[in-house]
Design a binder for this molecule. Structure first.
Ligand code: MLT
Length: 254
């Protein structure tokens, strides 16, 4: 199994993702928010790349079962029902709803995967579940870090460290076959070894983490740093993201 990695969604276009197995990582905060929304009973999350698409897609769907969620500069978009704080996506707010989701990098990365063979959403909160999911694929995978916009360099430490933690776990247990790493995945592994000791501390020291704290979202950092807090794997099916069915079946069989 070869694990490749891209440090920023802005470095790839959707045709490069065609027929690949992709795991999208946007720790702060889109991945964590999608995971929280589905855990709290949202019917589905529909990622879109622009506010215009969000308005268009939600306009064609029926009234109050559809919500618009997302951000610009970390804050809720005018005319939307929800921002991009995972803490807003409570059961009361999202149960049974379809959420049209539009964020600066995360939803763009997710929407770019429409021609991918598979797409799953990864973060610290579903770490072991996503590692298990990748093992089960038993096939080459691209870890696609959402990163930051190209104007600020595209790179985000938190997504790369999260990807490095996934790689570290996959490397530890190679029972399913050897794990081959590219230069980029080796670099992420090294970042995890340098910065992954305290995830919360690392998140608080990142550019985006500092910005989120400045605009009042310190509690989001706490949640986004909770390893294995939400043990589900969201996956793309057509154009919508839902909880991976195997996991749902396994849970309902208990
Ligand atoms: C993004 O998609 O760039 C982020 O999730 C931004 C945010 O923290 O809201």
């Amino acid at each position: 199994m070869k694990i490749d990695l891209s440090f920023s969604q802005s470095h790839v276009d959707e045709l490069q993702l065609r027929e690949r197995n992709v795991v999208v990582i946007d720790v702060l905060r889109s991945s964590t928010t999608v995971i929280a929304a589905l855990q709290n009973g949202a019917r589905e999350v529909i990622p879109v790349a622009s506010v215009e698409s969000a308005v268009k897609v939600s306009g064609s769907l029926f009234g109050d079962v559809t919500l618009r969620g997302g951000e610009r500069n970390g804050k809720m978009i005018q005319g939307f029902n929800l921002g991009n704080s995972p803490l807003e996506y409570t059961e009361l707010m999202v149960r049974g709803k379809s959420i049209i989701f539009c964020t600066t990098n995360g939803s763009v990365a997710m929407a770019k995967c429409r021609y991918a063979r598979s797409m799953a959403v990864g973060a610290f909160v579903n770490m072991s579940s996503v590692v298990e999911y990748i093992r089960g694929l038993n096939s080459d995978v691209l870890l696609l870090c959402a990163g930051r916009p190209p104007g600020v360099g595209g790179f985000s430490l938190e997504d790369s460290v999260c990807a490095g933690m996934i790689i570290h776990a996959l490397q530890k247990d190679q029972d399913g076959g050897p794990v081959e790493l590219t230069d980029a995945s080796l670099a992420a592994l090294s970042l995890y070894k340098s910065f992954g000791r305290s995830v919360k501390k690392m998140l608080k020291n990142t550019d985006h983490g500092k910005y989120l704290m400045e605009i009042g979202f310190s509690k989001d950092i706490d949640l986004c740093s909770e390893i294995d807090f939400i043990p589900i794997v969201p996956v793309l099916s057509g154009t919508v993201i839902k909880v991976r069915k195997d996991a749902v079946d396994a849970e309902s069989a208990v």
